[in-house]
Design a protein around this ligand. Structure first.
Ligand SMILES: [Fe+2]
Ligand SMILES: [Fe+2]
Length: 157
């Protein structure tokens, strides 16, 4: 795949930070560890899938905004078409993730574990960023790439 189709490093770093902190929390004992393991079970497959289809298209935002064209950009359409099809399921996963995250936040506050309580806040905000910005932006990348391809093939005729 073209080098520009890839998860932007800032978003990759955010995912890795959340994932790493959650892994640490799953190793804790008591209700905090238990809630962290329940969250990890719903979050992990979701993170994997979004790193496959939802986040790599965002790597094309900057080159597209600079007006760059590249026939290899068409490779992103397989990802954005999958995202379009899977979006309802991914949003449902966010609901389950939010329930498990709020639970983790509650038990962390009760246990005075501020780090884990902050992790829960960070994850809720991350999911909202995805719903409000990242997922729609990825879909727009697909639409823009498709319409530019159609324009190029129309002018080539
Ligand atoms: Fe995510
Ligand atoms: Fe997500």
């Amino acid at each position: 795949m073209n080098a520009t189709v890839g998860i932007p490093s800032s978003i990759k770093a955010e995912h890795e930070e959340i994932h790493g902190e959650l892994v640490l929390a799953t190793r804790l004992g008591g209700p905090v560890g238990e809630a962290a393991r329940a969250l990890a079970a719903v979050l992990h497959p979701h993170f994997v899938r979004e790193e496959q289809i939802a986040l790599p298209p965002l790597g094309l935002i900057a080159p597209l905004a600079r007006g760059e064209h590249d026939p290899d950009m068409a490779q992103v359409l397989a990802l954005t078409d999958s995202l379009r099809a899977e979006l309802p399921a991914m949003l449902e996963e966010h609901v389950a993730i939010a329930v498990a995250t709020r639970k983790l936040g509650e038990v962390a506050r009760v246990a005075d574990n501020h780090d884990v309580a902050r992790l829960a806040e960070k994850l809720l905000l991350h999911a909202r960023s995805e719903e409000e910005v990242f997922y729609p932006a990825a879909l727009l990348v697909g639409e823009l790439v498709r319409s530019r391809l159609e324009m190029t093939s129309a002018t080539a005729r």
